[in-house]
Design a protein around this ligand. Structure first.
Ligand SMILES: [Fe+2]
Ligand SMILES: [Fe+2]
Length: 257
């Protein structure tokens, strides 16, 4: 008679093999300053840094936004929550692109100035696209998991909020660009920490292969854990760009663009 024998449980937990220092293959169908996948070892270092960072002083509009998100997603960090985050995350970049084009129109005789504004427009587009891949990735995971979208909170509400957020970002950028950049850096800081904490809470993500239709667009990360860490790292780059504009003068200038 045959019977199966379960292998004895190890007395000591096996040591985790050190994360690879090799960077995964970059996206093949998308060129961007964000299309440089970090190695698993680099991503773990970034994550540890985010988890250890001192708290960030969020402004009132950002705190209101996070509070609202907390009410709509009482389950907290989850793929459906991140799908919402990514839908909203693209909005300031759309608004900035729009304001940049208006400024170019108003200064169309000053070619040198218009060219400098174009650099900001291109960065805003690139960040918008990067958030778009994040969004598709989160949506894809929700779909595969069979998440049942709530008609109002998962469909209508994020779009309503995006409209409000777009106009707020646009208005702040037109009146005082620094405020718009600050709101975005708050948002990005929050997103970065949420992703880092989410991976930390789910060690099984490091054992889950990331199978996705978007690997050719986003980078060939092997596990869900590394893909999420890469998203967190992207958010840090977005935050750094906004902070950089605050430092060097948020308003369009003939000297700095
Ligand atoms: Fe994002
Ligand atoms: Fe972002």
């Amino acid at each position: 008679m045959s019977h199966t024998v379960n292998p004895p449980a190890p007395l000591i937990a096996p040591e985790r093999t050190p994360a690879s220092t090799e960077r995964p293959e970059a996206p093949t169908s998308y060129e961007s300053c964000f299309a440089i996948p970090q190695s698993p070892a680099e991503l773990r270092e970034h994550q540890a840094r985010y988890l250890a960072m001192p708290t960030y002083q969020y402004g009132i509009p950002a705190r209101l936004l996070f509070w609202t998100a907390g009410k709509v997603f009482p389950q907290g960090r989850s793929f459906e929550f991140f799908a919402f985050v990514e839908l909203v995350a693209r909005v300031p970049y759309m608004a900035w692109e729009h304001v940049g084009h208006i400024a170019q129109t108003q200064n169309h005789r000053d070619h040198e100035f218009d060219r400098k504004i174009q650099d900001r427009v291109l960065l805003a587009r690139d960040e918008q696209d990067n958030e778009f891949w994040h969004l598709l990735i989160m949506e894809e995971i929700c779909e595969k998991a069979g998440y049942r979208r709530r008609w109002f909170f998962d469909r209508v509400f994020p779009q309503l909020l995006s409209v409000i957020y777009y106009h707020l970002s646009w208005l702040l950028y037109a009146v005082r660009p620094k405020w718009s950049y600050k709101l975005n850096s708050d948002f990005e800081d929050h997103a970065m920490r949420q992703y880092a904490a989410f991976v930390d809470e789910h060690p099984e993500f490091d054992e889950t292969p990331w199978e996705s239709a978007y690997r050719g667009d986003y980078g060939w990360h092997v596990t869900v854990g590394d893909m999420l860490r890469q998203v967190a790292w992207d958010e840090e780059q977005h935050k750094a760009h906004s902070e950089d504009f605050i430092r060097r003068g948020a308003r369009f200038s003939r000297r700095n663009g």
